[in-house]
Design a protein around this ligand. Structure first.
Ligand SMILES: Cc1cc2nc3c(=O)[nH]c(=O)nc-3n(C[C@H](O)[C@H](O)[C@H](O)COP(=O)(O)OP(=O)(O)OC[C@H]3O[C@@H](n4cnc5c(N)ncnc54)[C@H](O)[C@@H]3O)c2cc1C
Length: 437
């Protein structure tokens, strides 16, 4: 049995702690804020409640596996709900498409409605990622990788020179389809020219396995994990900030916190490693992907701008790129709406949105603005992980192992990247690497 100290109580840290405790280790988790969950939380004001970060996830199997491998099945604690329509894309030429998840045929029909022939173009494009997915799933996403000893087919993909922008230009001759395909990266703060082409396989994952939410809100995943940590007797130290990993004779022996040193045989870094001096030199060439400008609003009366019939997620393309999420909770006769903005934000987010046909201003009864800086300060780093800076970024992220013996890396800044499914996978990779007690 190893003494494990996990740094960070977001999904990455709590999922790793739950798995390692189930494997028989003695686990302590340190979290600098008063509660667990990190970005997986809520913001509340004036009777409204908004999700502070994620509202849906891909690859529900990752959450199912986490709950099963750490104790009881997920279905005993949470209800995973598939989204028939994942999101609506509105384009500057006033056309729009509602993208169904989990069905190739439904996506083909939806894009054909946008213009005849686009359905075939889209599904053919998505199909080009099937092999990428199978290869990377087997050798990179689901087993701890050895960056210096990769099967040729994996290295060919991870080191390939083609950017996502070039790949989309090659396979999608319609600008709107390219915007749909690039949008997950653009909303997460990346430039498609800096994202490797294989990363576009998210579109394949979405088409094949769908997008899912949790009844009551995604933050309930964090609540369920907090209970799971209590069941597994993980010692949770909230209000405790890790300052560094103590390394002696070339090996991690403790985590230095503002409340003293915690002895450890194994340390899991589930925060931005640039913030822990012992790890910072190894990630000096990475940059964080910065959160969007966020505005949570409470609306009185019916939602305007075609939102009542729209799915939870509406992406309004253009510059700035705006995302409208309508899934929060509100008093009777009201609605909780979250707006994210990316790009050139020279005016208030709600003014920019009104120009695009969704005017929330007249019905506004509550408003909470959250700048990227405020979010990063609150979460002690960016939940969006490492910024794509070209094909080499994949090898610059740490995890599941790190160059410091005894230290492992999970979470959005680690392999295989940010977003709930990948952060969930990072925890499984660390657990596989550390192994049972
Ligand atoms: C606005 C927004 C919307 C998003 N929407 C989606 C979505 O719809 N679907 C999706 O899949 N993903 C989404 N994401 C991404 C997803 O939320 C993250 O990738 C994921 O939650 C990151 O989890 P994490 O544990 O790595 O990091 P975090 O959630 O950032 O957690 C890190 C934790 O570590 C703590 N911490 C930091 N430093 C220290 C320290 N030194 N000592 C102790 N504790 C420390 C922090 O307080 C925090 O609790 C969104 C992110 C944002 C910001």
């Amino acid at each position: 049995m190893a003494r494990v100290v996990v740094v960070g109580g977001g999904l990455g840290g709590t999922a790793t702690a739950a798995r390692l405790a189930k494997l028989g280790h003695e686990v302590t988790l340190v979290e600098r804020s008063a509660g667990l969950g990190g970005a997986l939380g809520t913001v509340a004001a004036d009777g409204f409640r908004w999700e502070s970060g994620p509202t849906s996830t891909l690859l529900p199997a990752v959450l199912r596996d986490l709950f099963r491998k750490s104790g009881r099945p997920l279905e005993r604690e949470l209800e995973l709900v598939p989204l028939d329509v994942v999101r609506e894309h509105r384009f500057e030429d006033r056309t729009s498409v509602r993208l169904p998840g989990g069905s190739r045929a439904a996506q083909l029909a939806a894009f054909d409605e946008l213009a005849p022939g686009l359905g075939r173009m889209w599904v053919d494009h998505v199909a080009t990622f099937a092999e990428d997915w199978e290869v990377l799933r087997r050798h990179y996403l689901e087993v701890p990788w050895r960056p210096d000893d990769l099967p040729r087919e994996v290295a060919a993909r991870l080191d390939g020179r083609e950017s996502l922008r070039r790949r989309l230009r090659r396979t999608l001759r319609d600008e709107r389809l390219r915007m749909v395909a690039a949008h997950p990266f653009v909303v997460a703060g990346h430039q498609p020219r800096d994202v490797p082409g294989w990363a576009g396989m998210e579109a394949y994952v979405e088409q094949r396995f769908g997008a899912w939410t949790v009844a009551g809100g995604m933050h309930r995943v964090a609540e369920a994990l907090e209970n799971r940590l209590a069941t597994r007797k993980v010692s949770v130290l909230t209000g405790t900030e890790a300052r560094d990993v103590v390394v002696r004779s070339g090996r991690a022996v403790a985590v230095r916190t503002d409340a003293g040193d915690l002895d450890a045989d194994v340390v899991v870094c589930a925060v931005d490693p640039r913030r822990l001096p012992a790890l910072a030199p190894y990630v000096a060439r990475t940059m964080p992907a910065i959160p969007p400008v966020v505005c949570h609003v409470g609306i009185e009366g019916e939602l305007p701008g075609g939102l009542p019939d729209a799915p939870y997620d509406v992406v309004v393309h253009g510059d700035p790129l705006l995302v409208v999420r309508t899934g929060g909770t509100a008093p009777d006769g009201h609605h909780a709406v979250t707006v994210h903005g990316r790009g050139h934000l020279a005016e208030d987010l709600l003014v920019a949105l009104a120009r695009r046909g969704v005017d929330l201003r007249r019905q506004l009864v509550a408003r909470v603005d959250r700048s990227p800086r405020e979010q990063v300060l609150e979460w002690g780093g960016s939940p969006l992980g490492v910024l794509w800076q070209g094909r080499r970024t994949v090898r610059r992220r740490l995890g599941p192992r790190t160059p410091v013996p005894g230290v492992y890396a999970a979470g959005a800044h680690a392999t295989p990247g940010s977003g709930l499914p990948f952060v969930g996978l990072s925890a499984a990779l660390v657990a596989a690497e550390v192994g049972p007690a």
